[in-house]
Design a protein around this ligand. Structure first.
Ligand SMILES: Cc1cc2nc3c(=O)[nH]c(=O)nc-3n(C[C@H](O)[C@H](O)[C@H](O)COP(=O)(O)OP(=O)(O)OC[C@H]3O[C@@H](n4cnc5c(N)ncnc54)[C@H](O)[C@@H]3O)c2cc1C
Length: 309
């Protein structure tokens, strides 16, 4: 079994930043990414709120730059999905991949991020990829001159609605309340787009169709009024779930929602196991906060490794 000082699990902004710092700290480190580096960032188009890029930067370019910089300092990246961590409380831990390959590590940084949450409405599963999508950048172009709904009230929903307005001829923004979690600037931007109609205090009861999406049955939660809106697609942006299923039974402390609990040094309850980015319990899940967490985690790992010598 090949043994590393540190293994980083996940190749989003947090994982890539951790690898950069670990490489510069002259540790022998490996990053394991299950599906292709970039994480959630590649699900969007332009990043406008990451410092250092006035005018914004294309999401894929930001990720390419992060990867290139991490590789500059000898960081090794392998496309492998981690299935479990064994001997987690021992000084030498073992990371098991879904291929059966195993790697040893003195320290581990978990940066496995989060995934789009399902709306859990009738028809959502049935019409997934047949009109139901969780990614505007990936699927927006399929909805040129079509009518769609975006579901949610946070920044992601509003930013993606702006992006989707390039393609769709009409967008219903459906939200269960009047107020939004999204930043006022994002809300104002959407309010200025004529083709967007707000459908507030409203939930989707069912996504309907035959071969693909043909409409949604919605209900006003205040008046209980029900109606059907004819449309071709539904983009769901209702939040995130942490990617921590592979850590089930690991003994790592998590919140009731499955986010990893860390202290200000990004240490978990298990010695030598750190976590960073969207996978941790925290208030703001952004690129900047993921990168910040990873910086702390990697610097702490370097101290931990020094103390082990
Ligand atoms: C549509 C959208 C738009 C966004 N827009 C912005 C924005 O404009 N500005 C901003 O700051 N933030 C934005 N965000 C949020 C931002 O993308 C996240 O906060 C950030 O990507 C978190 O980084 P991370 O590295 O912690 O996790 P992630 O980006 O989720 O990366 C985690 C990585 O871990 C991998 N992984 C998971 N499990 C395993 C495993 N078992 N084995 C190996 N690899 C694994 C995943 O494949 C993934 O690549 C947006 C998010 C979305 C979805």
């Amino acid at each position: 079994m090949e043994v590393f000082d540190t293994i980083v699990i996940g190749g989003g902004p947090a994982g890539l930043t951790a690898l950069l710092y670990l490489g510069r700290g002259l540790t022998n480190s490996l990053l394991l990414e299950g599906f292709g580096v970039g994480g959630q960032v590649i699900l969007t188009d332009t990043i406008e709120n990451y410092a250092g890029f006035p005018g914004g930067i294309a999401a894929f370019e930001l990720v390419e730059r992060m990867e290139a910089q991490a590789r500059e300092f000898c960081g090794r990246i392998e496309t492998l999905e981690v299935q479990e961590i064994i001997d987690i409380d021992k000084p030498l831990k073992t990371v098991v991949c879904s291929t059966g390959e195993t790697f040893g590590a003195k320290a581990i940084i978990i940066a496995s991020g989060a995934k789009a949450r399902k709306a859990n409405v009738h028809g959502e599963e049935e019409f997934k990829a047949r009109g139901v999508s969780y990614c505007g950048t990936c699927d927006g172009a399929f909805f040129k001159d079509k009518v769609i709904a975006t579901l949610g009230g946070g920044d992601t929903c509003f930013d993606e609605t702006v992006f989707l307005s390039r393609f769709a001829k009409k967008i219903y923004l459906i939200h269960r309340r009047q107020g939004f979690r999204a930043a006022p600037i994002a809300v104002d931007r959407v309010k200025k787009i004529d083709k967007v109609e707000f459908v507030l205090d409203t939930v989707i009861d069912e996504i309907i169709g035959t071969k693909s999406v043909e409409g949604v049955n919605v209900r006003n939660v205040i008046t209980n009024e029900k109606k059907t809106i004819a449309l071709d697609g539904v983009f769901v942006f209702v939040g995130l779930d942490p990617t921590t299923a592979f850590l089930k039974n690991s003994g790592i402390a998590m919140s009731s929602a499955g986010y990893i609990m860390v202290n200000p040094n990004m240490e978990t309850n298990i010695k030598g196991i750190y976590a960073a980015g969207d996978v941790t319990e925290k208030s703001e899940r952004q690129i900047a906060t993921a990168v910040g967490d990873a910086t702390i985690a990697a610097c702490q790992v370097i101290k931990y490794l020094d103390a082990m010598k």
